[in-house]
Design a binder for this molecule. Sequence first.
Ligand code: HPA
Length: 235
Amino acid sequence: MKALHIEASPDQIAPFVMLPGDPLRAKHIAETFFENPNCYNQIRNMFGFTGNWQGQRVSVQGTGMGIPSMSIYVNELIRFYNAKTLIRVGTCGSIHPDLKCGDIILAQGGCSDGNINNHTFSGMNFAPIADFDLLRKAARKAEELNLHFKTGNVLSSDVFYNDNKDFYRIWADHNVLGIEMETAGLYTIAAKHKVRALSILTVSDNILTGELSTPTERQTSFTTMVHLALSCTKV
Ligand code: HPA
């Protein structure tokens, strides 16, 4: 079987892949951070690029939103292109009083309100976790840069527009820091294939207060997050 959603030839993707949800963010990362970026995927406009960063070959692949879309790209990257390190660079809504727009979450674990892991584990609970080495590298770099960040659990939700405005309370009560839509799926797929994964998230909105980040905040925190991800290429 061949990959159906990525058209790259086998050697066109690096073992280290950053994963933004938005394909235009993938293009932006490649154009801003990579030397000699090469676009290896245009199927569905879900752009993927490979280039060099400080002498290392690295890739960036858009994933779309939600666990089902992300899973397609991550499965193909691992199964057909031998990806070994996968770092999501995304946004989340904060449900923690100390995390404001522009702050960063290093997702240590991923909870989920979706059903994918219920199928896989027949109703039992699997705890999707980040790769410890990547988490430690990102946390050390974040400390070195004096960033405002927290490490902890996030919720990967299947529902962006939730009719129940209190849906987040049970998660906030259990010290979950933020809500996004992919991490629990990414960590589960990585575990199955014995590869390394981490989600680095910037807070784009505050679910507790309704605050939204400004375009400048988004740009700055996005750049910081990519730097943290790339720092994980170092030993
Ligand atoms: N909910 C889910 N996903 C998100 C959010 C949110 O509030 N913000 C950014 N990604």
